[in-house]
Write a protein that binds this ligand. Structure first.
Ligand code: NDP
Length: 331
């Protein structure tokens, strides 16, 4: 391994479950890459809601742990049994717990190579939310010419990417967001219709109006608790509700008969891991995603860059609905 590596370097630590106030930046020993792992000098780490769920203990992880799941950087050492990645490679990942630190050890099964035409920052910003938008638009519901999709929180990280992908695949997007400024962003990303869900009394009725009473084919809902009911009410018969997140809180248990009343509706609660289940699937999705970014079909908006030492502010901004696009931590 590289003798120039520091013995320890800054890391964002969750010492116990709780709010953003528990977060601590402290020097941690530089990890040794284990079997099948690479050690990466992290150029940027992504800020995501899953970090919040893990920090709060909603997704159980024993404390203390290093926060963050996403990043990009240059490989500085490789562990045993690694043959497809070498020192000097530019790599990115969206599923590697312990990414918010200067040097991170990542399983090569989670790593993709970053094409020369894409900056490391862009790659770090695109992995988790971009792969999510990709599987939502191509697999969970395969958007086609004429598909009508309702995209909630369309100015958010996933929302902006998903809006662009639905449009790219030939669909029509009805976008929601919580402010006029965010609705303008959604329109810039291609949304055909926009609804400020903070202002309408009956969201499902508003969606019905803009679809001439038909309802939408698919709802992409990362908001969860606050939008769930309106999302179901916005579907056409046999339409699909995709609850892919819970920014406003988890959806409480519900009565299956609601699906019958809506006209044979479907609901799914997908997770990225199941859609990048093998390295082959991960690489295929990442390759199409990077292709769309390189061609300019999909634009990755970086809504904020924070030094690792300001990570608390980054999470407060995300959880406080003050952000648009992707937030990055720079170690
Ligand atoms: P966003 O950038 O979309 O930020 C969340 C947005 O949700 C806010 O900006 C806000 O937009 C909206 N929102 C509505 N109600 C609330 C609330 N009570 N508190 C906070 N935000 C609220 O975040 P991400 O793009 O990172 O993630 C979006 C969702 O996608 C999350 O739920 C996340 O867990 C999920 N996700 C799921 C994955 C999966 O595979 N299942 C993978 C990746 C992300 P506005 O002000 O317009 O209402």
């Amino acid at each position: 391994s590289d003798s120039a590596l520091p013995e320890s370097a800054p890391a964002l630590v969750v010492p116990r479950h709780g709010g953003s106030d528990v977060l601590e930046v402290r020097d941690e020993p530089t990890p040794e890459p284990g079997e099948g792992q690479v050690l990466v000098r992290v150029a940027a780490a992504g800020v995501n809601f899953i970090d919040v769920y893990q920090r709060e203990g909603v997704y159980p992880i024993d404390t203390p742990f290093v926060a963050g799941n996403e990043g990009a950087g240059e490989v500085v050492a490789v562990g045993d049994g690694v043959s497809d990645v070498v020192v000097g490679d530019r790599v990115a990942w969206g599923q590697g717990l312990g990414s918010a630190r200067a040097y991170a050890a990542v399983d090569t099964t989670n790593v993709v190579h970053v094409p020369a035409g894409i900056e490391l920052e862009t790659a770090a910003a695109a992995m988790l939310q971009g792969l999510t938008a990709h599987y939502l638009a191509t697999s969970t519901y395969a958007v086609q010419q004429g598909t009508v999709a309702l995209v909630h929180a369309a100015a958010g990280g996933v929302g902006q990417l998903l809006t662009q992908m639905v449009k790219l695949l030939g669909g029509r997007v009805i976008a929601t967001a919580g402010s006029e400024e965010k609705l303008a962003t959604a329109r810039e990303r291609g949304a055909d219709e926009t609804i400020n869900y903070a202002e309408v009394d009956d969201l499902a009725a508003a969606v019905c109006d803009v679809t001439d009473g038909r309802g939408v084919d698919v709802v992409y809902d990362g908001v969860g608790k606050d939008t769930f009911e309106a999302s179901l009410g916005s579907l056409r018969p046999r339409g699909l509700l995709v609850v892919y997140g819970a920014a406003s809180g988890q959806v409480p248990p519900f009565d299956l008969q609601e699906l019958n009343k809506g006209g044979s509706l479907y609901v799914t609660r997908p997770t990225l891991g199941a859609y990048v289940a093998t390295p082959e699937e991960l690489r295929a999705r990442a390759s199409e995603l990077f292709g769309w970014i390189e061609s300019g079909d999909v634009e990755v908006t970086i809504g904020g860059r924070y030094p690792l030492t300001d990570a608390r502010t980054a999470y407060d901004d995300l959880e406080g609905r003050r952000t648009q696009g992707k937030l990055l931590l720079v170690p």
